[in-house]
Design a protein around this ligand. Structure first.
Ligand code: SF4
Length: 286
């Protein structure tokens, strides 16, 4: 394969850009200090997992495909080095919002090394995230374009580009442990946006997000909102694939509305956090 010459990765430095989510008060109690220590440990483990993932070869079909695409390329990107490896998740490791996509595109993420970067789906996603205040800019073209996310983290059901954008069930299963670890270790996770039905199902399959016994599993739909038992909110959205955007199945206002909604849910949560803080004597001093 065409080994990438640029060793930079898209994994966002967890020490940076942490100002978007509410932080515990500086006049902290012992339990707050313990909470912060646990959060740091989670973030560190997540960061290590993302590094490890970029060397994964568990799916022979996807490994062969990502290597071939990186070697053969397409004419318009013929002079560019391709990433040609698993594409790690991207964003703020202290995020409250998680966006779950399907898999990197052959000449998008598989080329640039960052999810939704360098293709039309990414144009849609980062434009919507920027409008809702989750992304520093709407342009996402390469690892060195300066983009960073605030209070938002983007991951995928599978981290290698599949032929014809179609994954086998075994490949979804192979990659699922990475996603599970993200669900467990994103310390502030509150809202999840599922881009498409496969992402929706992957979230609801998790025991921690499953509906109570006897409650039917919610069906996927664009703009559907489900309050999950452990306090998370799940929002469904059509995937911003060209198949959906070119046909008008997904329009810009429809897509923007999903992120505006996520912003509102998080704002309500921040409000609750602040009200709770005011009733705690330790935080009322000075
Ligand atoms: S899709 Fe996931 S499990 Fe399969 S090779 Fe890529 S990173 Fe590994």
């Amino acid at each position: 394969m065409n080994a990438p010459t640029n060793r930079q990765t898209s994994i966002q430095d967890p020490r940076k850009r942490t100002d978007s989510a509410p932080s515990p008060d500086p006049t902290q109690s012992a339990s707050t200090v313990e909470l912060q220590a646990r959060e740091e440990a989670s973030i560190s483990a997540l960061h290590d997992m993302l590094e490890t993932m970029t060397h994964c070869r568990k799916c022979p079909r996807l490994v062969a495909w990502r290597d071939t695409v990186a070697e053969v390329k397409v004419k318009r990107f013929a002079s560019e080095p391709y990433w040609g490896r698993p594409v790690p998740s991207f964003g703020d490791l202290r995020a409250r919002l998680l966006v779950l996509g399907l898999a990197p595109a052959a000449h998008g993420g598989n080329r640039t090394g960052r999810v939704f970067t360098g293709d039309r789906s990414g144009d849609w996603l980062y434009r919507a995230l920027h409008k809702a205040g989750f992304a520093s800019q709407s342009e996402s073209v390469s690892l060195s374009d300066g983009l960073y996310l605030k209070d938002c983290y983007i991951t995928a059901v599978a981290h290698c580009a599949p032929p014809e954008n179609k994954l086998l069930p075994s490949e979804v299963a192979h990659c699922h442990p990475y996603l599970q670890q993200e669900f467990e270790q994103l310390p502030r996770l509150k809202v999840m946006i599922a881009l498409g039905k496969i992402a929706w199902d992957a979230i609801l399959r998790e025991p921690q997000f499953a509906m109570p016994k006897g409650t039917p599993k919610p069906k996927f739909g664009h703009g559907l909102v489900v309050d999950l038992p452990a306090g998370h909110t799940l929002i469904g959205s059509y995937h911003p694939s060209q198949q959906n955007t070119f046909t008008g199945k997904l329009t810009e206002p429809m897509f923007d509305a999903v992120f505006t909604l996520a912003r509102k849910v998080l704002a309500a949560e921040t409000q609750t956090f602040r009200s709770d803080s005011h009733t705690t004597p330790e935080t009322e001093c000075c």
